[in-house]
Design a protein around this ligand. Structure first.
Ligand code: NAD
Length: 299
């Protein structure tokens, strides 16, 4: 999809959506953007080719690609199919246009949405991302893609404006499955590192040194390499990925694993820990504050 013949509707301009949209604008794409939070419009005041509109219906007018970067599948399903008596946008999308869900959504919902959208003549792609706000800003996200191979071919050059590693993993919903499983493995690493470093500290060990040892040993993971020093041991807890979203992701992964009738003991425990921490730390807590929760949790 070339910038000259593509009009994008971008719904969901939060921590990730804003930098992703900005990279598309830099590449020359035209965007009609919508978010419930109208204050985000000001973030695009210096960008050419961007128009903030007052409804999703307005954003999708004449769009041949609609990108969703929203919190979860409940919100996406309501947007597409309607809720509480309001009509959804699905039936108003242009025939033969693309709907690309880049959020971390439920693979089961995405498969169902694909089937329903196909009947309306809409081409569905799931393209969740990994790498966080920093990689969204510098356009180096890892993008996992699900949907028909021919759609992947058509969308590839546009995805290159936002990501570096772009991998097609299967049919519609497959990318959302891989993304949820990835985030479960990542969350398990975060919780394990938080518990281990807290206990080491109580034993009188220097957690910075302990983490150095992990990073030179087999306990090394994304948390020990990138989060412990930057966001956790310094009490910053500001990585830009919320605990509420991490909780949602591990729940999606658990649902998926159980749906496959597979063993899910650790996933269940991760869901429980994420729920407890999210409820204790409250709205707005960063996922790296898991360390703070573990530190303060009484046995
Ligand atoms: P965010 O909460 O910062 O942004 C979500 C945006 O959606 C908000 O601006 C909100 O106002 C808007 N919104 C909610 N409901 C809406 C609706 N009905 N219509 C229009 N706008 C609506 O979240 P984020 O961190 O940008 O994450 C977005 C998605 O990307 C999530 O699925 C998340 O799991 C995933 N993700 C996040 C990160 C990260 O590091 N933050 C990394 C990879 C993937």
């Amino acid at each position: 999809m070339q910038a000259s013949d593509t009009k994008i509707a971008f719904v969901g301009l939060g921590l990730m959506g804003v930098p992703m949209a900005k990279n598309l604008l830099k590449a020359g794409y035209q965007i009609s953007g919508f978010d419930l939070n109208q204050e985000v419009a000001a973030k695009f005041s210096d960008d050419k080719g961007f128009q903030f509109v007052s409804s999703p219906e307005q954003a999708i007018q004449d769009a041949n690609l609609t990108i969703l970067m929203l919190p979860d599948s409940t919100i996406i399903d309501a947007l597409l199919w309607g809720s509480n008596g309001s009509a959804g946008i699905a039936t108003q999308l242009s025939k033969d246009s693309y709907l690309m869900d880049m959020s971390s959504s439920s693979p089961i919902s995405s498969k169902e949405n694909n089937q329903k959208l196909e009947k309306l003549g809409i081409k569905f792609i799931d393209a969740p991302v990994s790498g966080g706000v920093k990689k969204a800003i510098d356009g180096s996200l890892a993008i996992i893609v699900g949907g028909k191979k021919e759609y992947f071919g058509e969308i590839h050059s546009l995805l290159e404006c936002m990501g570096k590693s772009i991998v097609h993993v299967g049919d519609a919903g497959a990318a959302h499955a891989v993304k949820a499983l990835n985030n479960y493995v990542s969350a398990a690493g975060l919780i394990a590192a938080s518990e281990a470093l807290n206990a080491a500290n109580k034993f009188g060990l220097d957690p910075h040194v302990v983490n150095q040892v992990f990073n030179a040993s087999t306990g090394r993971n994304n948390t020990t390499e990138n989060k412990v020093e930057n966001f956790m041991l310094n009490d910053a807890f500001n990585s830009g990925f919320s605990l509420a979203l991490m909780r949602k992701d591990v729940q999606i992964a658990l649902n998926f694993i159980e749906n496959m009738n597979c063993y899910a003991n650790l996933a269940k425990q991760c869901v429980l820990t994420a729920k407890e921490a999210d409820e204790k730390l409250g709205k707005g807590a960063d996922h790296t504050a898991m360390f703070d929760y573990v530190r303060s949790a009484a046995l």
